[in-house]
Design a protein around this ligand. Sequence first.
Ligand code: LMR
Length: 396
Amino acid sequence: LFAAVEMAPRDPILGLNEQFNADANPAKVNLGVGVYTDENGKLPLLACVKAAEQQLIEAARARGYLPIDGIAAYDKAVQGLVFGEGSPLLAAGRVATVQALGGTGGLKVGADFLKKVNPGAKVLISDPSWENHRALFTNAGFTVDTYPYYDAARRGVNFEGMLACLKGSPAGTIVVLHACCHNPTGYDITPAQWAQVVEVVKAQGLVAFLDMAYQGFGDGIAEDGAVIQQFVDAGIDFFVSTSFSKSFSLYGERVGALSVVCASKDEQAKVLSQLKIVIRTNYSNPPTHGAQVVATVLTTPALRAQWEQELAGMRNRIKAMRVALVERLKAAGVQQDMSFIAGQRGMFSYSGLSKPQMERLRSEFGVYGVDSGRICVAALNEKNIGYVAEAIAKVL
Ligand code: LMR
């Protein structure tokens, strides 16, 4: 049965973890996967999460099956976070939200649903994009292409190219957009540029699918989510996948959601019924713990305030590490201007390093980043940053 099965390639991001764990170099640093570690290089357990978990343990509830679309209070809390508590859209019952297995789960449920309602459409992802976008939509049965995004010469976004590509795309084309903290480049478009994208999406009849995995890691929760309101104001149907992996440091709990904005309450009910079929036929219904923690934090004012503070702490520490990396690279003798690192947003820096340079970083120094040149600046700290800067200086 398996004689003809070929060895699949290692996952470009998670596969690095396997390699990193097997590396005996005591100085090794993992800047591959997008995971935030604190100033001591430790994965944090947020105090708000710990407090919510204590409440849940004391309540000691038995674990039945969740509804197919997840915990109702969780879905509602997600909607409040994504669309704003007082959103007329929510009052009108126009948003279908389902709990999902992380942001990836939200994307996959959305992709499978789209394959039913929009089967012939092409999917466009940014060039470059998160490695799994292409694989995920391809596996859902779509042909995946790219729209221009990164401009290496400008060290920024080729916005004219992006807009021209969207303008030339036929109605129904599914466009995957990074709501904030673009992965892998760290370059976002401005609110004014978003307005132009929204206009083209509407005029062309494109289907926007916003991936919002890093809300709160750019400028703040509301600031990073502001683009959602632009799509809402345009009066179009669109998709948003949400992840709490990073913002709650709950990576292994797989806590995310998919929200679909519909034209009416009636449509919402039908869309929700279809999303539930996708979920039921894939994994039946979602797990309890992580979503219960997130719902507890988001709906308990004191815990929510604590979360916002802890998230701000992560955001600010990443920004400080960006500035420090620029300084350390200079101190290590790098001649070229690396100040762009401080201007990028979110967890990642598209360093401009080539694949051979990234390979050398791994093999000679035990510094692991993605072959594309992406490094996770959220894993830098005072103890490893000097070593990383020296290593980068050497391969440059
Ligand atoms: C990343 O880009 O490193 C994260 O989103 C983790 C993942 O699943 O790839």
